[in-house]
Design a binder for this molecule. Structure first.
Ligand SMILES: *Cc1c(COP(=O)(O)O)cnc(C)c1O
Length: 453
């Protein structure tokens, strides 16, 4: 018994601007600080790393920022993205709740990440930049940046966390198809990489290390800039096309969500779906509950400290005030590589502090269980990251059932899991551990936070 309910928008409803939540914050964000001096950063301090147009977006408090036509044109390859009502999942759960999901896996790289990689490649090309250096964990960001670089004729050099480079060759292959170069980080190509290798020749790498390498390459080459796939204000801004479209699609469905759910690694897909709804509430309109689901093995919002910290291990990035586990913290291995970052976006962290976002941590086995249930009911095999959002949505639906409530739930399905099937294999083989982070290691890492602010 299948009754597919899908809400599609015409191309004319593709958003014309990004929504900047900084315009609606009751209290402004703490400013980023210079890593050397500890003083607030000016736009010029960031100029070696980013094109000026992105720096201006990073500090903007204007509510609407126009999406350039060439970016909208690439968005049209897969946007507007579909919104579905998960009727079969509702039935499987026997819940009175209505569950909707926005599907971002229809993009060329299979996730929400091209919403920002395309914009970043465009602004870099416009400023005459020849090459973009960046990092990637499991490879989703690297492949998204490679796709966008190919489109705008920019070279892309990717530092990929070494353990993933060897374990997950397909994402690397995909980057090469798009013409990018991909290195196993730490490399011998940068001072940062060489320093790590000297300390630990067998280092498996980490996102923090790969960021140090990519930032160093941009800072030391005039024709090269750096790109980040999450965390920064302008990245979250670009993702708001997700929530703006979802708002129109919920209107088509004749409903408004009571709760909006997303998984959170650096916070960008969650912000993408939730910020337009949270903003509505901040301006005096309807309020939603916004639930950000993070992995219990890397519990940035639920166990981290809200403090200034570096974005990388080698202290090259600006200091940002955010929920952090400490830039030296090594989370235990788990299969949602995209959620394995030590910190959370400053905007998401700030809104958690203001009580506008409810953080929640879940283990990976219950997440995969939710992902498998979703795939059997709805047909789409979710990315391991996205299964955390599904877990969050299912828990909301079960809670509504217990209380006999007709709750309207909207979640973001950030990507598909076609290149992550080995994680499902491990799940079915009972090989996934619900490992906790090491509290002692966390305490140690938090001791290493910089004295700032
Ligand atoms: C990268 C990634 C994430 C996590 O990143 P955010 O910035 O928190 O969105 C989540 N889902 C998928 C499919 C990803 O590729």
């Amino acid at each position: 018994m299948t009754d597919t309910v899908k809400y599609l928008l015409d191309e004319e409803h593709l958003p014309k601007s990004w929504y900047n939540i900084a315009a609606d914050l009751p209290e402004p964000l703490a400013p980023p600080l210079h890593p050397g001096t500890g003083q607030p950063l000016g736009p010029d301090d960031l100029a070696p790393l980013f094109p000026m147009s992105l720096i201006m977006q990073e500090v903007s408090t204007e509510r609407e920022i126009e999406i350039p036509e060439p970016v909208r044109d690439v968005y049209r390859l897969w946007r507007p993205a579909p919104l579905y009502r998960a009727r079969n999942l509702e039935r499987a759960l026997d819940t009175p709740a209505h569950i909707y999901y926005k599907y971002e896996g229809v993009s060329p790289s299979g996730s929400h990440k091209p919403n920002t990689s395309v914009a970043q490649a465009f602004y870099n090309a416009e400023e005459g930049v020849k090459k973009i250096s960046t990092e990637t964990g499991a490879g989703q960001w690297g492949s998204s940046m490679a796709f966008a670089g190919a489109h705008f004729g920019i070279g892309v050099e990717v530092f990929m966390v070494k353990v993933s480079y060897h374990q997950k060759p397909y994402r690397r292959n995909m980057m090469e198809v798009y013409g990018a170069r991909c290195h196993a980080s730490p490399t011998g190509l940068t001072n940062a990489g060489r320093a790590v290798l000297q300390r630990d020749p067998d280092s498996p790498g980490s996102l923090g290390i790969a960021i140090s390498e990519a930032v160093e390459v941009a800072a030391t080459h005039d024709d090269t800039k750096y790109a980040l796939g999450s965390v920064l204000n302008h990245v979250l801004l670009h993702q708001t096309v997700i929530g703006q479209e979802a708002m129109k699609q919920m209107e088509m469905a004749g409903e408004y969500p009571d709760v909006v759910v997303g998984c959170a690694g650096g916070g960008s897909n969650f912000a993408g779906i939730a910020f337009p709804f949270i903003g509505e509430g901040l301006r005096g309109g309807r309020k939603v509950r916004a639930v950000a689901v993070e992995p219990a093995a890397c519990p940035t919002m639920t166990r981290g400290k809200y403090a200034y910290d570096f974005g990388d291990t080698e202290h090259l990035t600006p200091l940002m005030k955010m929920h952090t586990l400490g830039h030296t913290f090594m989370p235990p291995g788990f299969h949602a590589g995209g959620l394995r970052y030590h910190a959370m976006a400053p905007l998401v962290s700030h809104l958690v502090e203001l009580g506008e976002i409810e953080p929640r941590a879940v283990y990976q086995n219950p997440s995969f269980e939710a992902g498998v249930m979703f795939a059997r009911a709805e047909g789409i095999v979710p990315a391991p990251e996205s299964t955390h959002a599904i877990r969050g949505a299912i828990d909301e639906a079960l809670d509504a059932k217990e209380k006999g409530e007709e709750r309207v739930i909207l979640f973001n399905l950030s990507g598909h899991g076609f290149l992550d099937l080995s994680a499902y294999e491990a799940y079915f083989a009972g090989k996934l551990e619900d490992s906790d982070y090491d509290p002692q290691a966390l305490e140690e890492a938090l001791k290493g936070l910089p004295e700032a602010g």
